[in-house]
Design a protein around this ligand. Structure first.
Ligand SMILES: Cc1ncc(COP(=O)(O)OP(=O)(O)O)c(N)n1
Ligand SMILES: Cc1ncsc1CCOP(=O)(O)O
Ligand SMILES: [Mg+2]
Length: 491
């Protein structure tokens, strides 16, 4: 069944995808401070949901509350209808009077700073008018509309005549039968984006639509642009579905899933969404090499960024945890100030504690799905793959990119099988994920790597070519120039 989840821009609301940036510099705490103490106030991203209650708590208001809580966003609730509902179906609906819905909205909007309004069940035209009246009166940044245009039963609930008023539209493909992938199509008024992920096989899908829409609203409330919000919301739904796929709640066909999977999504600033082009020049540290040249990890990372590194990984195999954590915190701060993502090799604990952007794991490290449930949907997860089978698995398990190698022989990683340029190409062609090549790569052979005919090969990851050089920034600059040249030749 195809549900249309739509996001309109109305003239009164202005641009949908530019909620105001948040001024908070700490993780959200759910303590409300009175207006009189405005100067002490910590701004909490806030979504107000206007929707129906689901007594089974899989969808509606209850799903919105759980999704927002899991994503670290405050959610106030305006209830339009109370449904008697379970996993079997809807046994009864009691619609609240329009003036009382208006009163709830007034209570919330007159008192609290709402960033984004998300709507679900709006059971009458009068209710829509009440909503529009309220959001005209109080300033909100964005409106996320979730009208179920086609019910699970197949009944058309809203005709095609409503479509022209929508400007941003996300069409969910999760309910399409007989597909290995869950493909959603997002249109932002200019471009069409296909957002695909592996389909999760589970009966526990009740409430996915509400959750997707409220997660988008939550990410918008944090200050993310629309496309990033949609991508993160989709990952959150995938992670929650995966986490709760074997739960047994209710005897009906579609059970609820677990929104409050053990996620820790709590960070100081809104993350910049991962882009495959970040993998262009991937600097992977080695403190042994840096020590040899008399520089600290932070000096080495600064120099690599100065030379043009587009992403950094701290691969510190010999540091004690405390030392690693201190270096990670400093490097996270350096990288974030330069807008460069930073990942931690192997250590999920260090990544969490230092607020790094993600983790790179190998085939014998912690499994990607577990890393995802620990790190949450916003973090970047890379996985090493040497074979097409591993590359396919990486996609299914929800990784963001693949590191593939050793492409050439290397002294940096002991007993590492070399897969060559042909092996690299096989890995690339077996996955929809972006790939970065690693192993024995430097300025002299980077061009041959970038000539591999695979559209998802995004760049090279290097250790010794940068950090075993006397001058890290010059070595990085040289490699960057050669990569640029290779890309020019490729196109
Ligand atoms: C970008 C990138 N690709 C591959 C690796 C290797 O990771 P792994 O297989 O876990 O080996 P170690 O680095 O842990 O020795 C990587 N680190 N980065
Ligand atoms: C970590 C790793 N994984 C595969 S090869 C490799 C080492 C890459 O180091 P170098 O760039 O010095 O060859
Ligand atoms: Mg590893």
């Amino acid at each position: 069944m195809l549900h249309f989840r739509t996001f309109p821009v109305t003239p009164t609301l202005g641009k949908l995808c530019s909620p105001r940036p948040l001024k908070s510099s700490n993780c959200p705490r759910f303590s409300m401070v009175s207006r009189e103490n405005d100067d002490q106030k910590m701004k909490i991203p806030h979504v107000m949901t206007v929707a129906g209650s689901d007594s089974g708590a899989g969808a509606g208001i209850q799903a919105d509350l759980k999704a927002c809580a899991a994503l670290g966003v405050y959610c106030s609730t305006v209830i339009t209808a109370v449904t008697a509902q379970n996993t079997v179906g809807v046994q009864g609906v009691n619609i609240l009077p329009e003036d009382f819905v208006a009163e709830q909205m007034k209570s919330v909007l007159s008192d609290m700073e709402v960033d984004v309004v998300k709507t679900g069940m709006l059971p009458s035209v009068g209710m829509v008018k009440v909503l529009l009246q309220s959001i005209k009166e109080y300033s909100v940044q964005a409106l996320v509309v979730d009208p179920v245009m086609v019910a699970t039963s197949g009944d058309v609930l809203a005709g095609s005549s409503v479509l022209p008023v929508f400007r941003n539209v996300l069409v969910k493909g999760g309910d399409l039968p007989a597909s290995m992938d869950a493909i959603d199509v997002f249109y932002d008024g200019e471009n069409v984006y296909e957002l695909s992920s592996a389909r999760i096989s589970t009966r526990n899908t009740h409430g996915t639509g509400c959750t997707l829409a409220s997660s988008i609203a939550a990410e918008l409330a944090k200050g993310l642009p629309m496309l990033s919000a949609v991508k993160i919301a989709k990952k959150f739904v995938d992670a929650a579905l995966n986490y709760g796929k074997d739960m047994a709640i209710g005897r009906g066909r579609h059970g609820p899933f677990d929104h409050l999977l053990k996620l820790k999504v709590c960070r100081s600033v809104a993350p910049r969404a991962f882009s495959p082009s970040d993998l262009f020049l991937y600097a992977v540290t080695d403190s042994g090499m840096n020590e040899k040249w008399g520089r600290s990890i932070t000096e080495a990372v600064k120099a690599a960024i100065e030379g043009g590194a587009t992403i950094v990984q701290l691969r510190e195999k010999n540091l004690e945890t405390r030392e690693f954590l201190e270096a990670a915190k400093e490097c996270v701060s350096i990288c974030h100030s330069k807008g460069v993502p930073i990942l931690i090799n192997d250590r999920v604990d260090v990544a969490l504690a230092s607020d790094a952007d993600g983790v790179h794991v190998g085939q014998s490290d912690m499994p990607v799905s577990l890393v995802r449930s620990l790190l949450g949907p916003e973090k970047i997860i890379g996985i090493s793959c040497k074979t097409p089978e591993q590359a396919h698995e990486a996609w299914v398990n929800g990784a963001d990119y693949i590191g593939s190698g050793g492409v050439f022989p290397t002294n940096t990683k002991a007993n590492n099988r070399t897969i060559g340029l042909d092996g690299l190409k096989e890995v690339c062609l077996a996955s929809k994920l972006p790939v970065v090549a690693i192993g024995g790569i430097g300025a002299s052979n980077a061009q041959s790597v970038m000539e591999v005919d695979a559209p998802n090969l995004e760049g090279v990851a290097v250790v010794s070519a940068l950090f075993n050089a006397e001058c890290v920034s010059s070595a990085t600059k040289q490699l960057h120039a050669n990569l640029k040249q290779a890309v020019r030749t490729r196109s």
